[in-house]
Design a protein around this ligand. Structure first.
Ligand code: SF4
Length: 262
């Protein structure tokens, strides 16, 4: 059996339980064993065996094994990638000045993944993307579309805050590209929504400005991409909100969803 540390074991058990939660299982009956004294669980055991190994009873409903297994594996791979990002020092200046790395967050296999530019001050402090004033505006846009934060995924082109509010450098974008691509491949959204020119230019490898990219879908490795303005740009240019709303209505309709009734 593979050697495994206690902290790694706790992490894996936590992730297994998260997977059960995602699959609709809201509680587990613990017959006799607490999580801290649970026996070792081989990573590849099916969930039914895992439940037996922990001496816990999965009450209802029964998990759909193939989908759950794939989701569980993706969560583990995303956690491994997040750990890798957390210790990354490829961009020496960013690694020295950041407080936290900011990995993507949200739903795996969502309808929409929003891709922004780089973490700002609040994101750097909290280690979570889109939680500053741009995030508050994005929350309002999501609400108007009938979406909540946990139905979508958020990430940035780079995972560390550049100092002095400067734009990410091309070398930093290139250094972080592997993390971005691996994350998008695992999250596998139906549509990527690029927020602002930095995201669009670098993901689509184009110099066409956002105002000209808007209004049609592009392809990135088999995933459809729509471009609109960044919420921070909207804060400085509120007259552009109308155009973003048009883009969001286009996106929601393309996904076959309906806008909430006022
Ligand atoms: S921006 Fe990306 S590549 Fe650069 S140090 Fe941060 S995690 Fe590493």
């Amino acid at each position: 059996m593979q050697n495994i540390s206690l902290s790694e074991l706790h992490k894996q058990i936590r992730m297994h339980l998260e997977c059960l939660k995602v699959s609709g299982i809201e509680w587990l009956e613990n017959n006799s064993t607490s999580l801290t004294s649970a026996p070792l669980i081989p990573e590849q055991l099916p969930l039914a065996s895992m439940a037996v190994a922990q001496n816990v009873v999965v009450t209802s409903p029964a998990p759909v094994m193939p989908a759950l297994h794939s989701l569980e594996k993706k969560m583990l791979l995303l956690q491994q990638l997040k750990d890798e990002v957390a210790s990354c020092v490829k961009c020496s200046q960013l690694a020295q000045t950041r407080k936290n790395t900011v990995f993507g967050t949200g739903k795996i296999e969502p309808d929409i993944c929003f891709v922004g530019e780089a973490p700002g001050i609040t994101e750097d402090e909290k280690g979570i993307p889109f939680v500053g004033e741009d995030g508050l505006l994005l929350d309002k846009i999501l609400k108007a579309c009938g979406l909540s934060r946990d139905e979508v995924y958020f990430l940035n082109i780079i995972s560390c805050k550049p100092p002095d509010k400067r734009l990410p450098l091309l070398t930093e974008i290139s250094n972080c590209r592997g993390f971005l691509e691996k994350q998008l491949a695992l999250v596998k959204p139906k549509v990527i929504c690029c927020l602002g020119s930095c995201a669009a230019e670098n993901l689509l490898d184009t110099k066409i400005p956002t105002n000209k990219l808007r209004g049609k879908f592009y392809d990135w490795k088999g995933i459809q991409v729509l471009c609109t303005y960044h919420p921070l740009y909207l804060i400085r240019n509120p007259e552009k909100k109308k155009e973003v709303w048009e883009d969001m209505k286009f996106l929601i309709s393309h996904l076959g969803r309906s806008l909430p009734t006022p």
